[in-house]
Design a protein around this ligand. Structure first.
Ligand code: FES
Ligand code: FES
Length: 158
């Protein structure tokens, strides 16, 4: 079936099978491989994308459900000149990235969190990122990065 949606600001029109996962469409057809596949069970959050601004596990989402939606993958955060988004910069500056496998999902969940709550407490950050698992960092630096990102983005459109 033909579906149409917006991905990272671009109009996409693509034929998909009814049972295709959004994750496979994004990685294998759109070649946006920043979206990772960890567990395929909705448990790790490495496949997180934003669908109409809400974090969703693309491994659990069927591609036809993207019809008419606006989605963002990690590639969509890149600035006009290729510069990193302030949240990505904050993760780098705080040393919140080790292997990086969880990072795209963490950053997209952070974006959604800060849009809803521009100055979250530590508990609110933990809740906001509760769907994203990191096997490397112990989370302390990720939480600091989210706090730093909140400072960087204070007063700006997220
Ligand atoms: S790959 Fe989707 S939640 Fe783990
Ligand atoms: S940095 Fe390796 S899983 Fe998070």
């Amino acid at each position: 079936m033909l579906i149409e949606f917006i991905c990272n600001g671009k109009e996409i029109s693509v034929d998909v099978l009814a049972e295709m996962r959004a994750l496979d469409l994004i990685r294998n057809e759109l070649l946006l491989t920043g979206t990772k596949c960890g567990c395929s069970k909705g448990e790790c959050g490495s496949c997180t994308i934003l669908v109409d601004g809400i974090p969703e596990c693309s491994c659990l989402l069927l591609a036809p459900k993207l019809q008419g939606k606006v989605i963002t993958t990690i590639e969509g955060l890149e600035g006009a000149d290729g510069e990193l988004h302030p949240i990505q910069q904050a993760f780098l500056e705080e040393g919140a990235v080790q292997c990086g496998f969880c990072t795209p999902g963490m950053i997209l969940s952070t974006k959604a969190l800060l849009k809803k709550n521009p100055a979250p407490t530590v508990t609110e950050i933990e809740e906001g990122l509760s769907g994203n698992i990191c096997r490397c960092t112990g989370y302390t630096k990720i939480i600091k990065a989210v706090q730093f990102a909140a400072l960087k983005l204070k007063g700006s459109e997220i």
